[in-house]
Design a protein around this ligand. Structure first.
Ligand SMILES: [Zn+2]
Length: 455
């Protein structure tokens, strides 16, 4: 007899036969909770049997198909992250830390879509309609033709949507939704999954686009958005630091457009406003060239973005020197430090190393390697790099530099923002950009020799 309950990780959704303190799937502590499985019992319990289904039409690869129709909100940064607008009958998950501004963003999006003629319903399971209305007033959106509801019962919500037939429904949040056929508490892994599954299926069969809000949670009792990522078409994360004005909406999965696309917003008194030129914003706080500060010419999704990297290197009072990173990968930092030590003979033992990506931006590109190395060396040697220089390039374990993709876009963006020179890896196709001088370097040792003396 199979047991009806099992154990799920609320952060990543991995399932286990017994409880443990740490999830083997994602490494989080205290996220595993006991939970009833879905009532269907899954494929193991019942096979499809002898009864046949209907025949589905098969088509050739070469069949001409029209692209899916899209609606536009008019908010360029949002439409871009969606892959060029909202696709009809798609399911979208918007995840992010509580309080980061997801509800504000989606209420603004709802208003803009509604004003653009998209029939929109906003269902809040978090707040009463009056609270949502007050927020709309604060944001100057009170006149937008958005229909509101405050409800958590999924059956009632789906019945209402079926009757109202909107083109877009926003569900805030998926963790508050409650499906009465699932025998566990709202927010548990199986409730959140069941609700997301119902909403996604409903979106497909009724031609309604559904945007679900998912809070990233720290406690194990409430399931996070990751447990439903695989069910939806598009997964967006809303990122940003509390103390910063900037918010980044990042597509981590998109069946209808490029993943890794970002939209940049600024939190203002009147809500979120889109940032048309993120590079200018990210560099706006930059002062005179100082040791440890370097500008990286990066690519986010399909567009170039310039960001400032800041490093601080100081003698460590601890037996284990500190390695602290904000906005970049800490194991990648360890790799750069190891290459600098092994290939260039520059040790960081006994030194604390801090690396920060300015503006609350997160970078995942390996092309930032050279900029990171430059920031570390500049901080260690207390020597600023030449002013108005942008840097990029990937470092291999041998210390060789690899050319980065979209070199031309990076260089053009740097030139556009007033940079006069760039340090880039040699090799690959050479691209020249008017008004921008390029220093080509082929390996890290050569770079160290050229910019920091013998090293
Ligand atoms: Zn996990």
């Amino acid at each position: 007899m199979a047991k009806s309950s099992s154990f799920f990780c609320s952060a990543c959704g991995a399932s286990f036969s017994k409880w443990s303190g740490r999830c083997e799937g994602c490494g989080e502590w205290n996220t595993i909770t006991e939970d009833k499985g879905l009532s269907s019992g899954g494929p193991a319990k019942k096979s499809l049997g002898m009864r046949r289904g209907r025949t589905i039409p098969l088509t050739d690869l070469a069949t001409e198909e029209t692209p899916p129709p899209r609606s536009h909100s008019g908010v360029g940064e949002l439409d871009r992250v969606l892959g060029g607008g909202l696709v009809a009958a798609s399911a979208i998950l918007v995840g992010g830390d509580p309080g980061i501004g997801k509800s504000t963003l989606l209420l603004q999006a709802a208003a803009r879509f509604a004003e653009a003629g998209v029939k929109t319903v906003y269902v809040s399971g978090e707040e009463a309609s009056a609270q949502v209305r007050m927020r709309a007033q604060r944001l100057g959106l009170a006149q937008a033709p958005v229909k509101l509801a405050a409800e958590t019962n999924l059956r009632d919500i789906l019945t209402t949507l079926e009757a109202e037939r909107p083109q877009l429904a926003i569900i805030d949040s998926i963790q508050t939704m409650w499906a009465d056929h699932v025998d566990s508490a709202p927010g548990s892994v199986s409730q959140v999954r069941a609700a997301a599954h119902e909403l996604t299926t409903f979106a497909k069969s009724n031609g309604i686009s559904i945007i679900m809000v998912g809070h990233v949670t720290k406690e194990g009792q409430i399931a996070g958005p990751r447990v439903v990522e695989h069910m939806v078409d598009t997964v967006l994360y809303f990122e940003g630091e509390r103390g910063h004005q900037f918010r980044i909406l990042r597509a981590v999965k998109n069946r209808f457009g490029p993943a890794d696309e970002i939209g940049v917003f600024e939190m203002t008194g009147a809500g979120l406003s889109e940032v048309i030129n993120p590079s200018a914003l990210f560099l706006s706080e930059r002062g005179q060239p100082s040791p440890g500060s370097v500008v990286f010419a990066g690519i986010e999704g399909t567009r170039p973005v310039l960001v400032e990297l800041q490093a601080l290197v100081a003698p460590s009072p601890h037996s284990q020197p500190r390695r602290a990173v904000v906005g970049w990968d800490s194991s990648r930092l360890a790799m750069i430090l190891a290459v600098l030590e092994a290939r260039c003979g520059i040790p960081f033992a006994g030194l604390d190393v801090y690396l920060n990506v300015a503006g609350g931006m997160k970078i995942s590109e390996p092309a930032a390697d050279l900029a990171v190395a430059a920031a570390l060396l500049s901080a260690r040697e207390d020597t600023p790099l030449p002013a108005d220089t942008a840097i990029f390039g990937e470092i291999s374990l041998s210390g060789a530099l690899r050319p980065a993709p979209q070199t031309e876009n990076r260089l053009k963006e740097a030139q556009k923002l007033g940079f006069t020179s760039a340090i880039a890896p040699g090799g690959g196709k050479s691209v020249s950009v008017k008004g921008l001088s390029q220093r080509k370097v082929s390996d890290l040792t050569g770079f160290v020799g050229e910019f920091f003396g013998a090293g």
